[in-house]
Design a protein around this ligand. Structure first.
Ligand code: ADP
Ligand code: ZN
Ligand code: ZN
Length: 734
């Protein structure tokens, strides 16, 4: 029998694929795997992807429906892409339809017609005043004139204008008729590569790293590039990318968060010009689709992006780089909970190209892979350009009076640094003014009504605000319980430290960097430009300050509180703390002057903190790995977390107990079960949450059990009373 049925992946939370007859008038042979089809589904229609053509179906032929239309004549996804998605769906035990759908840009999940790659570009062709005068009474034309004015000689593409909500219909046509706006066709980059500027002459360690990866470009190999901040990792990426481009192949560069890496982007753009495309969250749907298509077709061969980029069908992959590989934002924390870092390694293996994981503070998982010989270790121990490593000291603040959380020795050091005309940075990992507002008369605290958490005091905006669910209320004038007028902020956030330092050092430019201060687009760039322009300056901020940016004039970093991570219930907390501290420390002394880092703590004797400060991250990581091995925690064991939540506390608990009982009776079950227990934050956004942890020493013990569990859950009645999810290799239990 010929394969004349289509097996289609549809975005639905169901594990199976769906069989259809080809659309009327189209042969199955024309519907190649990887092409999209529009199909009837339930009472509506969906866009799905043909995964396979088959000869027969479990559904009787008489009940099979025909697809409505074939949307792509050429498949959008190649067989290799589909196979990779199948692998990911199987590994994470997530519905294949949702995985395949996640690999497509949003617009192609909703719209039949792909956008044309070549499109009109509009450009103002008369002087500013003349144009504005001519459209004075036509507001929509005026809007267009203003935006085209800003775009200058480059003009703006149609998709770009449409994504930004401009009317590209009649008003644009009028402007052309009046001769104010000219049109040309967008250039399609040929995909040919001309390097724009030469790189640095590499130092010995950089050379060794580049040579090792270059020698391995013909097949799969995994490398861990471990180098302190400023050691020249980015330069290594750049020079390897150049080699790969010269071979005619493409480079994928995954970063944790695009907005935090403007300098990285800039350096790639400077080196490779038009070859580079950046998939960032500021792109509109149409632009995103075009960027996705251009990478797929090899028109842009250096593609930067965040985690979903790992599914992009980039043409002819020659190298995958994962920068800041330890960063937990590579793990998607909802829906399809994949790790882009881990999938990058799988993708490289399947594509037959090397993968390079870079970090100043590698994850314990990657270091374990080095120990086991799966990854090759490429160390960069020197700061490139000759900058010296910072001196790190612990400040014991046990019996110290603190002002806005800052001790006298830290304040003194800040004053000394600023007096010398240098820049200093104060790091506190909490935004807002104070994490709690309290009444000392009756004991009232600013609890969130929907979470087991407090609402943070934001003084500038006069709000109490829960950082977990977003609930907000105005700061009460008096205690809501007892009417007391004197309410007390407890603890510190960035806003408070900023206020205090502004009073203390009124003559020094002070810049706060956190999510509140940079919420508006472009404001981070503006803040950073101010730092680069001033001699003495004070920076106050959260971990946003710690990532990616280069501040050559900062010579002192103060860490307000290092203790949060030391005694957490989460076994990964110390690793996180160490990574963050090193990252923060790396901000100091990147220029010619040596830097200093002062860390305030109430536990200066804590052994891991001591190891970290005296001997550095590598020694810390070794000690932390030994602790993990003794405790049988990952990476010495493998975990999956079954979470459940509901509006009442009962159902999640009952459901998880049922599942645990079912799991225990499986034949040769070699998976340990921990729980069910309430989640660390047992109530969040008004929902009660619990989880069951599954752990095994070997993956082959765990994954078959997860497969059976997945099937069980699809049928189990109890599962319908809760919202559940399965998280393979969880990085966070909260
Ligand atoms: P990382 O990515 O590890 O933080 P970078 O690649 O950004 O390090 O390098 C830090 C600084 O040193 C940058 O300003 C970079 O231009 C410079 N640099 C890198 N490699 C060299 C080199 N071989 N010689 C001189 N300067 C270098
Ligand atoms: Zn009160
Ligand atoms: Zn809340």
């Amino acid at each position: 029998m010929p394969d004349d049925l289509l097996r289609v992946a549809l975005p639905a939370p169901l594990p199976q694929l769906f069989d259809y007859l080809p659309p009327p008038g189209v042969t199955a042979a024309a519907c190649e795997p990887g092409s999209r089809v529009r199909v009837p589904f339930g009472r509506g229609q969906r866009i799905g992807v043909v995964m396979q053509r088959v000869a027969c179906s479990e559904v009787p032929h008489s009940r099979l429906k025909a697809a409505i239309a074939l949307l792509d004549e050429q498949p959008l996804l190649r067989e290799a892409d589909l196979a990779f998605q199948r692998w990911a769906a199987a590994y994470y035990h997530h519905p294949l339809g949702e995985v395949v759908s996640a690999a497509l840009p949003l617009r192609l999940r909703k719209q039949d017609q792909p956008l044309p790659l070549r499109e009109p570009v509009y450009c103002l062709q008369v002087p500013e005043e003349q144009a504005l005068r001519a459209v004075a009474r036509a507001p929509r034309q005026r809007e267009l004139v203003v935006v085209l004015l800003r775009a200058g000689a480059d003009g703006m593409a149609r998709t770009h204008l449409r994504d930004r909500g401009f009317d590209v219909g009649l008003p644009l046509k009028r402007l052309q008729e009046k001769g104010l706006v000219g049109v040309r066709e967008s250039q399609s980059v040929s995909g040919a590569f001309v390097p724009r500027s030469a790189g640095h002459a590499l130092n010995a360690e950089q050379t060794a790293a580049v040579d090792a990866v270059r020698a391995a470009l013909d097949g799969y190999a995994a490398f861990l590039l471990e180098g302190v901040t400023g050691s020249g990792k980015t330069e290594v990426y750049l020079q390897l990318a150049e080699t790969v481009l010269q071979q005619g192949r493409s480079v994928m560069l995954l970063v944790p968060e695009i907005s935090l890496t403007p300098q990285l982007q800039e350096r790639f753009a400077q080196r490779f010009g038009d070859m580079v495309s950046v998939l960032h969250s500021g792109l509109g749907e149409g632009e995103r689709e075009l960027a996705w298509q251009r990478a797929r077709l090899g028109l842009n061969r250096v593609v930067l992006g965040t985690r979903s980029l790992v599914f992009n069908p980039v043409a002819n992959l020659g190298l995958i780089v994962v920068d800041e590989e330890h960063d937990t934002s590579f793990k998607q924390q909802e829906g399809f909970r994949y790790s882009a870092r881990d999938l990058a390694v799988v993708r490289a293996r399947r594509a037959g190209c090397p993968v390079l994981l870079g970090s100043a503070t590698p994850s314990l998982e990657s270091l374990r892979n080095v120990q086991q010989g799966r990854y090759r270790h490429l160390p960069l121990t020197q700061r490139a350009g000759g900058a010296r490593p910072p001196v790190i000291d612990l400040l014991d603040v046990r019996d110290q009076p603190l002002l806005a959380g800052l001790s006298a020795p830290l304040l003194k050091e800040l004053a000394r640094t600023l007096d010398a005309g240098e820049q200093a940075m104060v790091f506190i990992n909490r935004r807002g003014y104070a994490p709690v507002l309290a009444c000392y008369s009756c004991g009232w605290v600013s609890d969130c009504p929907r979470c087991d958490a407090r609402q943070t005091l934001h003084r500038a905006s006069k709000l109490l605000w829960c950082h977990h669910c977003g609930s907000q209320r105005r700061v009460p004038a008096v205690c809501p319980e007892c009417g007391e007028a004197d309410l007390h902020p407890l603890g510190q956030g960035t806003e408070q430290v900023e206020d205090f330092l502004a009073g203390r050092f009124p003559e020094v430019p002070l810049i706060r960097v956190d999510r509140d201060a940079t919420a508006r687009k472009g404001s981070l760039d503006r803040l950073l430009a101010r730092v680069h322009d001033s001699a003495g300056a004070l920076l106050v901020g959260t971990q946003m300050l710690a990532k990616g940016h280069h501040f050559p004039r900062v010579t002192l970093v103060g860490v307000v509180d290092a203790d949060g991570g030391l005694f957490s219930a989460d076994f990964r907390a110390t690793e996180r703390m160490a990574q963050l501290l090193m990252q923060v420390a790396g901000r100091s002394g990147r220029g010619e002057r040596p830097g200093k880092v002062l860390i305030q703590t109430r536990y200066p004797e804590h052994p891991l903190l001591q190891t970290l400060v005296r001997e550095g991250y590598a020694a810390f990581a070794e000690a932390a790995l030994r602790e993990r091995a003794e405790a049988h925690y990952p990476p010495f064991a493998h975990q999956a977390l079954l979470r459940a939540e509901a509006n009442r506390p009962g159902p999640p608990d009952e459901f998880l107990h049922q599942v645990a009982d079912w799991l225990r009776q499986l034949p040769d079950m070699q998976v340990e079960l921990w729980g069910p227990v309430p989640a660390p934050m047992a109530r969040r956004v008004g929902r009660h949450r619990a989880h069951l942890l599954l752990q095994a020493e070997q993956r082959p013990q765990l994954h078959p059990v997860l497969s059976r569990l997945q099937h069980h859950l699809a049928q189990c009645k109890g599962a319908r009373k809760v919202r559940w999810s399965l998280d393979v290799d969880p990085v966070d239990t909260y």
